[in-house]
Write a protein of this length. Structure first.
Length: 420
């Protein structure tokens, strides 16, 4: 069965061009100004819309196995498709933790059975994410996107060095949630003005950047391919900028909420609680500068759904984590492309091309490639209503925000997996 997408503005490496796209047997066969009709081809008129390479998020939590009350592979991948994503990398804080092939197989089986897009799992660096001994990284390597103990920083320098050496030997990226446990001191939001004014315990910035600084030196020593998850502080940006300039093989990500909000925007509501926390105006400015100068390589959502009862206890009592797959593109488009701070082409790099290139994910809007693509109506106006999410999670700091840019169709491997 063939499918012809007509009259859209299609992403090309030189910019957007009005074109038709012919898809056959799951692959992009032709992109041209005009493609003749075929007897067996379904046709979709996409006048006024833009066709982008399918978005890629290298940092999501789909909670299965172990926590299906929060999210499943099925609901998480549907939410991703709703947001224009065709590939996501699922973090390993599961039960059982994917620290061996026996445990990883449970997640792989769920992905094969229920995912509507490409879901690539992470394997852990250490057994049980406890930071005490290495997981069976060699056995898992052919089946995972990368290795991470996400949610927990590896505290021991020697253990992190071992993990980096093994990841390098296996030709895989090591991705780190950077957090010095000894500096947390029971904090749960940024250690800033809001925390002091409202009597909350704060998380200091050094708990993040201190471990990044350590890891940069370990990556320099070992030659490992190192990726820093969800950076949130100005010091993190500076450390990574200098590490790149000195030749360390390092990339990093940040999330839309760190680029839009500051701790002055916090409310006494669990939908503003995540780890790392939303930080100061100075931190946000540094993150934006990092996006503009290329220090920050990609946007990732850290999509972390919870059941309502885990998020209704305010800032102090709620679980860490917010959802983001269904809002990320529109948030970035509204706040950065429409305001002139980023081009649409640069946003495509941040949300599709760069993460795919770094993590070795095949695809792209090219003839011969898998038909993984997202169609957006950039003129569409909509208001974030969590009750319309396909994710089980509803907690988002963007609730009620008016946005531009709506995903109207997502294709993965030539199959339409979301259509408005």
């Amino acid at each position: 069965m063939a499918h012809i997408l007509r009259n859209a503005e299609v992403w090309r490496r030189t910019g957007f061009e009005k074109a038709d796209v012919l898809i056959r047997d799951g692959r992009i066969e032709r992109i041209a100004a005009s493609i003749p009709s075929e007897a067996d081809a379904e046709e979709t008129d996409l006048k006024g819309c833009h066709i982008l390479p399918g978005l890629v998020d290298v940092h999501v939590h789909f909670r299965e196995p172990g926590f299906s009350c929060k999210e499943t592979i099925r609901t998480g991948s549907l939410a991703a498709a709703h947001g224009g994503y065709t590939t996501v990398c699922a973090m390993p804080n599961l039960n059982p933790v994917p620290d061996s092939m026996e445990h990883l197989a449970l997640e792989l089986d769920a992905i094969a059975r229920d995912a509507v897009i490409r879901v690539l799992p992470y394997g852990t660096i250490t057994v049980g994410e406890k930071g005490e001994r290495l997981a069976d990284m060699a056995a898992m390597a052919p089946h995972v996107a990368a290795f991470s103990d996400d949610g927990r920083g590896v505290q021991d320098d020697g253990m992190m060095r071992e993990g980096m050496c093994e990841a390098k030997r296996l030709g895989r990226i090591l991705a780190a949630h950077c957090e010095v446990n000894g500096l947390l001191r029971g904090g749960y939001i940024h250690d800033g003005e809001y925390a002091r004014a409202h009597g909350h315990r704060g998380i200091c910035s050094e708990s993040e950047w201190g471990q990044i600084a350590r890891d940069v030196e370990l990556a320099r020593e070992t030659g490992a391919s190192y990726h820093v998850c969800h950076i949130s502080t100005k010091e993190s940006v500076d450390i990574i900028r200098r590490a790149k300039a000195s030749g360390v093989d390092i990339t990093c990500e940040t999330g839309p909420h760190y680029l839009v909000f500051t701790d002055a925007d916090l409310q006494e509501d669990g939908r503003f609680k995540m780890n790392p926390p939303i930080r100061s105006a100075e931190d946000r400015a540094a993150l934006i500068e990092g996006i503009l100068d290329g220090t920050i390589d990609m946007i990732a959502t850290d999509h972390a759904p919870h059941e309502a009862s885990a998020k209704d206890k305010g800032l102090e009592g709620s679980a860490m984590g917010v959802v983001g797959l269904e809002t990320a593109f529109a948030v970035m488009y509204t706040h950065f492309v429409r305001t002139g701070r980023l081009s649409l082409e640069r946003l495509v790099e941040l949300m599709a091309l760069n993460p795919a290139a770094r993590f070795g994910i095949a695809g792209g809007l090219e003839e011969g490639a898998s038909a993984d693509l997202a169609v957006f109506d950039l003129a569409a106006e909509w208001t974030v209503d969590p009750e319309r999410f396909l994710s089980k999670g509803r907690a988002t700091p963007f609730a009620g925000m008016d946005l531009r840019g709506e995903c109207v169709m997502t294709m993965a491997g030539g199959r339409t997996v979301w259509k408005k």
